[in-house]
Ligand binder design. Structure first.
Ligand SMILES: Nc1ncnc2c1ncn2[C@@H]1O[C@H](COP(=O)(O)OP(=O)(O)O)[C@@H](O)[C@H]1O
Ligand SMILES: [Mg+2]
Length: 383
């Protein structure tokens, strides 16, 4: 998009209509852009706030082409999409950011590791596996990961000993050393078409042990200046190596011995960046739109310490969602509640999130934990 492009007519296409697409669309609408989304689900979260919904799957090449043809620039809220037609359209000059070649590389977790390693970025020791013999030769305990299709801990398996071999992933996979993790950190990096990068603060991700889903995020992370500096350097170096345009989340491990390793990269807005909506000068969702439409990147300044907690579907319930405790939870000052508008709940499904601001992390954490106890997503069916 040139400087003289008339942004009042800008048409944005988003592949994926979940919560990330929804919030992206809301930010695009704030700037007056026309938004079309592609998603298979009728009335999905993003469809509720977009101008047009192309209803179809992420592997439907005709509909992917329609989306790209009908819009000025196309971006993604998820990486599990068919890139064949997108690469063709990209090669023919259509604006698709990040490029489908980058999406394709990220889809293969093993190739992603290799790119990072080839660029001298510290990552856990890893190895391709084809047979059980390869697995045994690496030794136990070990982390096994599917090369394709994993998310929210699905596609990641810990094998403590040979006795766990029956739990192994049978699709194409690789293995990694089991890292002795002190904290899981994340950094959101924005990179625009000119190659300028801007970094958000380093945050801590806390996980729900039962399902390996990111449960809460603490911004800024409770780490030393030195660890913060290294985390940012590693994250920017990773995104520069990838040469992507858009928003990227770099997940990092801080080990018990004080090393920092890159775990993986998401080529889109990320759960670890939801706090930026209330706590930063420019949210990750506005930032991706600025990046892919060739507008200047906004300030990533942290305006207040924040804690974000995911609102997951309560265990034991499914069906039409019912928000329990909303009146009491919203009494908590500086709490912002987001409900994605999914019409069906099930255990641990990401249904919404809450961000709590406070002058210090301890107070924000205290308020967030109180809110978490009060607000529950139950469903019309007991299961
Ligand atoms: N090498 C490792 N050592 C220890 N824990 C790991 C390792 N790799 C992944 N994990 C744990 O599993 C989680 C999910 O793994 P990840 O590779 O990030 O996959 P996903 O795509 O599901 O997010 C991580 O956030 C971390 O808690
Ligand atoms: Mg991950």
């Amino acid at each position: 998009m040139d400087k003289d492009f008339n942004y009042s007519n800008l048409k944005l296409g988003i592949i994926g209509g979940g919560q990330l697409g929804k919030i992206m669309s809301q930010k695009a609408k704030k700037m007056g852009f026309h938004v079309t989304i592609l998603d298979p689900t009728f009335n999905c979260p993003a469809a509720q706030v977009s101008d047009k919904h192309i209803m179809g799957g992420f592997h439907d090449s005709a509909l992917l082409e329609q989306l790209v043809q009908e819009t000025d620039v196309t971006t993604f809220e998820l990486e599990h999409v068919d890139t064949t037609i997108l690469k063709e359209l990209f090669d023919n000059g259509h604006r698709i950011h990040p490029s489908p070649y980058i999406i394709e590389l990220i889809q293969n977790k093993y190739k992603q590791k290799k790119l990072l390693a080839d660029n001298g970025i510290a990552i856990p020791a890893y190895k391709d596996v084809k047979t059980d013999e390869d697995l045994k030769a690496f030794g136990f305990p070990v982390i096994q990961k599917a090369k394709f299709g994993g998310y929210d801990g699905k596609g990641v398996q810990m094998l403590k000993s040979e006795a766990d071999l029956d739990k192994r992933i049978t699709q194409e996979s690789f293995i990694e050393e089991l890292v002795d993790i002190d904290k899981e950190l994340a950094v959101i990096v924005a990179r625009n078409i000119e190659g300028e990068t801007k970094c958000y603060p380093v945050v801590e991700m806390l996980f729900d042990e039962r399902v390996n889903i990111c449960d809460s995020v603490i911004a800024p992370a409770r780490i030393s200046k030195e660890i913060e500096k290294t985390s940012i350097e590693l994250s920017v170096k990773s995104i520069k190596a990838l040469k992507g345009v858009g928003i990227f989340a770099v997940e990092l491990f801080l080990t018990k011995s004080g090393d920092i390793l890159v775990n993986e990269i998401a080529p889109r807005p990320h759960n670890s960046g939801h706090y930026t909506i209330e706590a930063c000068a420019t949210s990750q969702f506005e930032q991706i739109i600025r990046a892919v439409t060739n507008l200047p990147l906004g300030s990533t300044k942290l305006l207040s310490p924040a804690v974000m907690i995911n609102v997951l579907g309560e265990e034991g319930y499914a069906g039409e969602p019912f928000i329990e405790g909303i009146h009491d939870a919203l009494e908590i000052p500086e709490l912002s509640f987001h409900f994605y508008g999914k019409t069906y709940t099930k255990p641990f499904r990401k249904m919404g999130h809450m961000t709590v601001l406070a002058d210090d992390i301890d107070t924000a954490l205290e308020k967030a934990m109180k809110a978490k106890k009060i607000l529950k997503i139950k469903g019309s069916k007991k299961i």
